[in-house]
Write a protein that binds this ligand. Structure first.
Ligand SMILES: Cc1ncc(COP(=O)(O)O)c(C=O)c1O
Length: 405
């Protein structure tokens, strides 16, 4: 079980008067991660993979140790972890790196974050791929049968999110993975909202690519990871080439290295990658199952409280068991940004408001072009915080303003 009071002591951002409910956007960072990054700057501030002096070798070892930790987090091999800046860069790498041809069928969904949507629209314009966008019902639930039909009817790649960043609902990626494997279809999973919150096993999912961001899993900004199945790496053109990604160069030729280095040109975000490794270690130390169970309790309590308020419209499935810790809603008669401002002003409660980088879902399925308020929980949130949020929201809904006036 997770000891939330002990966990909270690790997070310097947490202090009286602050209730952070925006971890789906970016998470807080604990002291062990900060210490690990500072250690790099203080004790072995050198480049990786280049120098043979002690500090440079230490930097390389710590950098590669981070790769091992991230591999352990998702049950991959270290050589299958490619360091990128974030999930968005990972999606760009796959979309532009695959040798897609005119007419190749790529399947994505209306539920996607823009990062996993516009990259495919661009490939449609550039390479005339046959892009199929699978729709959702009014709850935002995807038509899974339609995805399976597309897989059976000659898709080349399915690219979909594991957990919706708007609704928190989990999609059955293992089921999709099984169908993809059976039909020889590639599967790219957007794990930005799942990897930080639950046990992920790329072998069990059966995916070929998995993207996630360090800053959403207690790591720093500027580092993310892309899992690429080992035997596919040679088929993918890197987004960027240069120093570090080269096996040999002559006056009129070059040969790229194999393995993850092929994709990692230039000096990487060394401290950030080491910090992301420390974050993975921190989360695994607490236990992904414990984190998931803790968030499930908070989500259940929040959802139960919000759905009985007649002035609040909650989006997505009302079954807490189908969700991770993200809840989007609107308050009758109020703009979502005003609600977010009022929560902050009244009780230092930080939530996101707007379209959450998922305009197709907002417009087509949920029919809320003006956006929503989104509250999201993580391992450091508590039941009293959830109650404070629900009570402040009730006051705001009664007064139609900040709740403090
Ligand atoms: C589901 C999902 N995919 C992709 C992204 C993009 O992540 P990043 O901004 O770290 O590139 C996000 C960020 O909110 C997300 O929630």
């Amino acid at each position: 079980m997770l000891n939330v009071e002990a966990v909270r002591k690790d997070f310097p951002f947490i202090r009286p008067g602050r209730v952070y409910l925006d971890s789906a956007s970016t998470s807080l960072t604990p002291e062990p991660v900060l210490a690990k990054m500072l250690e790099y700057y203080r004790d072995y501030r050198a480049n990786v993979g280049r120098g043979i002096y002690v500090a440079s070798r230490r930097a390389t070892d710590e950098f590669e140790a981070a790769r091992e930790k991230l591999a352990r987090l998702i049950n991959a091999k270290p050589g299958e972890i490619i360091f990128v800046r974030n999930t968005s860069e990972a999606m760009n790498l796959v979309a532009s790196g695959l040798d897609l041809r005119p007419g190749d069928k790529v399947v994505t969904t209306i539920q996607e974050h823009h990062s996993n949507y516009i990259v495919w629209l661009r490939e449609k314009a550039r390479k005339r791929i046959d892009l199929r966008v699978v729709g959702a019902d009014a709850f935002g639930d995807l038509n899974i049968t339609e995805i399976q039909d597309e897989i059976e009817r000659g898709a080349k790649l399915v690219s979909m999110t594991h957990v919706s960043n708007v609704l928190g609902v989990r999609n059955p990626v293992e089921e999709i993975g099984k169908a993809c494997r059976k039909n020889g279809v590639l599967l790219l999973v957007d794990g930005a909202q799942s990897v930080p919150h639950m046990r992920i096993d790329v072998k069990r999912i059966g995916c070929d690519f998995l993207a996630f961001s360090g800053h959403k899993m207690c790591g720093p900004t500027g580092a993310g990871a892309l899992y690429i199945r080992e035997d596919l790496q040679g088929d993918l053109e890197p987004l960027c080439i240069g120093g570090g990604s080269i096996e040999d160069v002559g006056v009129d030729y070059y040969a790229l290295r194999s393995g993850p280095y092929r994709f990692e040109a230039g000096t990487p975000a060394i401290a950030e990658v080491i910090g992301m490794g420390a974050a993975a270690e921190y989360l695994m130390g607490i236990g992904m199952e414990n984190i998931e169970a803790h968030e499930a309790e908070l989500t259940r309590e929040m959802l139960e409280a919000l759905k009985v308020n007649r002035k609040i419209k909650v989006y997505g499935s009302l079954d807490a068991k189908r969700r991770n810790g993200i809840i989007s809603f609107n308050l009758e008669g109020m703009d979502p940004h005003d609600v977010a401002l009022a929560l902050d002003r009244a009780a230092g409660i930080m939530v996101r408001s707007g379209h959450h980088c998922a305009l197709p879902l907002m417009k087509e399925a949920l029919k809320i072009g003006t956006g929503s308020v989104r509250a999201s929980v993580y391992l450091y949130n508590t039941k009293p915080e959830v109650r404070a949020f629900v009570e402040t929201l009730s006051k705001i809904s009664e007064s139609g303003t900040s709740g403090t006036q």
